[in-house]
Design a protein around this ligand. Structure first.
Ligand code: HEM
Length: 404
């Protein structure tokens, strides 16, 4: 059993995030980590070290093991930057909770995210998507698809889900964009405070006059066991915005890029629309955009991947490496929509993505509608000229200029 001190092959551990040499390829550093005989460490932007799991079996074992905690306030939790520690008054919401608190909180909202509940939302997702395709077709014939389509559609779906009134949607969209694209930490902090202030008022309004949406229904059940109190409901609304917007926008952008770059694949999907769900699953695996979503801290000493992880040490579940692991996915660097194996794109275990049915539905509706309604769509710049989010929490495109 090795520990960090025994690792001689990499005297200086690689730094996170790792640069990509090709938008479709796994960064070389992850491949090297994955092909080591035992688990290795990685240096975070904060300067601290964390263990990095990159093999399918190791990532799955780690995420399914309750000896690893999601509580980001615990010492040793692998925050990317130390200043990301949430202030004490800020609810960590589901993502940062451990059982039994997490189990009860997740149960309180799970009904809104079942395939059946999401199916009820599908007509609204289609309407919002159609509205934005109408806008595309009515505007100039060269646009940035991220700005004009990939960003606003998921944001408006979140508005439906959490029940943001129509009159507030322009403010909501604008402040969310500012938050996502903040040029300085101060601008980001201001936008976060504005949105938290807005969510606080939204929850207060719904506590007074309950509405038939996720937050409204929970506000009406206040006081029941497991139902979030006011502060946690505000945190929940904010977390759903953060978890459910940019993630989907990134996959819409990367998916549109890949399909515009591969006309044969695009034509085959248009000829047989029943293959879209499989294509969406493969896009989720191939790009695995949530690079650092699955971080944990060990609650006790645990043996994993040939090393002993000490209590209090941080571990990253790098699904981006696991989803290209040839032991699980034959020919992993090929985009193949006929794969049978399920990927870890939505994580694994107790925290597995709550919004995965919503994400799949949104991706299916947006991409199908876009390519069916704008069949002449093409890239306005080569893939090599595009700018990617390399230093971000989620992988994606800054902009995707398209024309038709
Ligand atoms: C392409 C889109 C998405 C991807 C790739 C994605 C990925 C993930 C991953 C990897 C996790 C696990 C985090 C962990 O274990 O630490 C997660 C959790 C979560 N996601 Fe998503 N997600 C997406 C979309 C959404 C959407 C649309 C929503 C809701 C509106 C959402 C809500 C959540 C929530 C609430 C959790 C925490 C669940 C828990 O802790 O029990 N996600 N997501």
């Amino acid at each position: 059993m090795a520990d960090a001190a025994d690792i001689t092959e990499h005297p200086e551990p690689p730094s996170y995030p790792m640069p990509r040499t090709c938008p479709y390829a796994l960064p070389e550093g992850y491949r090297q980590l994955r092909d080591r005989p035992t688990l290795g460490k990685i240096r975070l932007p904060s300067g601290k070290l964390a263990w990095a799991t990159t093999r399918y079996e190791d990532v799955k074992a780690m995420l399914g093991d309750d000896r690893f905690s999601s509580d980001l306030r615990r010492p040793g939790y692998p925050l990317m930057m130390d200043h990301q520690a949430p202030p004490p008054e800020f609810s960590t919401s589901l993502v940062g909770m451990d059982p039994p608190e997490h189990t009860a909180a997740r149960r309180a909202v799970a009904a809104d995210f079942t395939p059946r509940s999401i199916d009820r939302l599908r007509p609204r997702i289609q309407e919002i998507t159609d509205e934005y395709v109408d806008r595309l077709l009515a505007g100039p014939r060269t646009v940035d698809l991220i700005d004009a389509f990939a960003n606003p559609v998921p944001l408006l779906v979140i508005c439906e889900l959490i029940g943001v009134p129509f009159a507030d949607r322009a403010f909501f969209l604008e402040t969310s964009f500012t938050l996502m694209n903040a040029a300085t930490p101060e601008a980001g902090a201001r936008a976060t405070a504005d949105l938290m202030g807005y969510m606080d008022k939204l929850v207060t309004d719904k506590e007074r006059v309950p509405t038939d949406d996720l937050i409204g229904r929970l506000a009406a059940r206040r006081g029941e066991p497991g139902v979030p109190d006011h502060r946690d409901l505000v945190g929940m609304a904010f977390m759903l915005l953060m978890a459910g917007h940019e993630t989907i926008a990134n996959v819409i952008g990367l998916g549109a890029m890949l399909l515009l770059d591969r006309p044969v694949l695009r034509k085959s999907l248009l000829a047989d629309p029943s293959r879209w769900p499989a294509a969406v699953d493969e896009l989720l695996r191939y790009f695995t955009i949530a690079e650092i979503a699955n971080s944990r801290v060990a609650l006790e000493d645990v043996e994993l991947g040939g090393v002993r992880i000490a209590a209090g040490e941080g571990v990253l579940g790098l699904t981006v490496g696991a989803n290209r692991d040839a032991r699980r996915f034959p020919d992993p660097d090929t985009f193949d929509i006929d794969r049978a194996e399920r990927s870890l794109a939505f994580g694994f275990g107790a925290h597995q993505c709550l919004g995965q049915h919503l994400a799949r539905t949104e991706l299916e509706v947006t991409l199908t509608t876009l390519f069916e309604r704008v069949p002449e769509l093409r890239l306005a710049e080569s893939v090599e000229a595009l700018r990617f989010k390399e230093q971000h929490v989620n992988y994606g495109l800054h902009a995707l200029p398209v024309t038709w």
